[in-house]
Design a protein around this ligand. Structure first.
Ligand code: SAM
Length: 276
């Protein structure tokens, strides 16, 4: 059997084992980057073949948890792509401000930096008290870090630069307490955030959202899963609601494209149109 086909079967079996044993569905993730991450884990664990992971996935809880972390990329930062936040402030926030109450869903929020960025922005725009933020990720460990809101000062320095470029109106140091080389986000910023576990591949829609932000998540999915998730977002958004994606993600060629207008093509900000 050609090596490549054998390896494809191995990957299928590993992903099937993860799904059947732990309920995490990576079967429709884009294969090339998933493969790189699986090989990274294989080497790190000194395994000869990818399929040697199967018994570990089934019987070794610690291995399985680490594997889940290693194959889901959790890289993030505050005010990531500062220009996106500039656009959000000028194009979306003034419209949202006209609503009596606003619900925002951050899907795939990782360790929470993006969510705190939003809380800071809404606070500065003076209407955070009328907003409820739902911050979700499939990864419980990331969510725990998100809820704690403690980040290394080294990262905070980068966040501060991004904040300034994003149109921040204050000093970023107003939003955290520094202690022992770490910065803890001020408790008050969390007052309207609910963190909860949600898997975009297997769980249901969230109702009546005015804004959905899902950046740098769908990039890891294949076309079929991307489409499935776009349908989920479409069901979750109110008419005239906003959808924000990452800079390398787009609804172009998706089944929902015709129902959306682009407010910022560069920064992937879309608005759901009223049904005809
Ligand atoms: C690269 S991070 C993006 C974080 C943040 N949105 C940003 O742009 O900085 C990708 C996140 O997507 C999450 N993720 C991957 N697959 C997911 C799924 N099926 N359901 C929910 N979250 C998922 C990962 O756990 C990870 O935290």
């Amino acid at each position: 059997m050609p090596e490549k086909l054998a390896e494809k079967i191995e990957v299928d079996l590993v992903l099937e084992a993860i799904y059947k044993r732990h309920g995490y569905d990576f079967r429709n993730y884009a294969r090339s980057s998933l493969m790189r991450r699986l090989h990274y884990v294989r080497q790190k664990s000194s395994l000869k073949r990818l399929s040697d992971m199967i018994p570990l996935v089934l019987y070794d809880e610690a291995f399985a948890n680490q594997l889940l972390l290693d194959i889901s990329v959790t890289v993030t930062e505050m005010f990531r792509d500062p220009e996106f936040f500039v656009e959000l402030r000028s194009l979306v926030i003034p419209l949202l401000k006209t609503y009596p109450f606003v619900k925002i869903w951050h899907a795939g929020c990782a360790t929470g930096e993006e969510v705190y960025s939003m809380a800071v922005l809404l606070e500065e725009e003076g209407f955070y008290d009328r907003v409820q933020i739902y911050a979700t990720d499939m990864n419980q460990e990331s969510l725990t870090t998100a809820e704690e809101g403690i980040y290394p000062l080294e990262s905070i320095r980068k966040f501060t630069k991004n904040y300034q470029k994003s149109g921040g109106k204050s000093s970023f140091s107003d939003y955290y307490h520094a202690k022992y080389q770490m910065g803890k986000m001020k408790e008050d910023l969390k007052r309207n955030i609910v963190f909860s576990q949600h898997n975009l591949a297997t769980d249901n829609a969230f109702g009546e959202m005015h804004l959905i932000i899902c950046r740098n998540v769908l990039i890891y999915f294949d076309k079929q899963l991307q489409n499935q998730v776009y349908q989920l977002f479409n069901q979750s958004l109110v008419p005239r609601g906003f959808l924000c994606l990452g800079s390398k993600e787009s609804i172009e060629f998706s089944d929902i494209q015709s129902q959306y207008e682009a407010l910022s093509s560069k920064w992937r900000i879309f608005r759901k149109q009223l049904p005809l």
